[in-house]
Design a binder for this molecule. Structure first.
Ligand SMILES: CC(C)(COP(=O)(O)OP(=O)(O)OC[C@H]1O[C@@H](n2cnc3c(N)ncnc32)[C@H](O)[C@@H]1OP(=O)(O)O)[C@@H](O)C(=O)NCCC(=O)NCCS
Length: 98
């Protein structure tokens, strides 16, 4: 779990979890896949780049753990469009996820 503070000792403004995914297997046993989850930035601190910063740090840690790929789950309603989820899907796409 990675916690983001704006300065030393100040309150937490964001969080993200990352780990090697034990359930998502690659066809090549040598290739580990990372899992990113629980990304959140305090609502009064959004749009300052902290979400992007947390994603980049999570990816960096996964690389250090030997992962070649990172995965994340975005749950969306099947029957209707949820505006925030649609925006999130585009946000993750901009970060390179598909
Ligand atoms: C998703 C989340 C982590 C993003 O954090 P953040 O610190 O605001 O992210 P960044 O500042 O790096 O990027 C925000 C970008 O999205 C844009 N944005 C923010 N809210 C938006 C909205 N509702 N609709 C459209 N664009 C939006 C900003 O303008 C900004 O664009 P830019 O990169 O071109 O400047 C944060 O919104 C959050 O905690 N959401 C609630 C929890 C959540 O949904 N987590 C994901 C679970 S899958």
């Amino acid at each position: 779990m990675l916690l983001l503070h704006e300065s030393l000792g100040s309150p937490i403004v964001g969080v993200v979890c990352c780990k090697v995914d034990p359930f998502r297997e690659s066809s090549d046993e040598e290739i580990k896949i990372g899992q990113i989850s629980m990304l959140a930035v305090r609502s009064d601190r959004t749009n300052k780049g902290y979400g992007t910063q947390l994603m980049e740090e999570a990816e960096h840690r996964l690389l250090e753990l030997g992962c070649k790929y990172a995965s994340l789950d975005l749950l969306q309603p099947a029957e209707w469009q949820h505006d925030v989820k649609t925006w999130l899907a585009q946000w993750y796409e901009r970060l390179g996820y598909k």
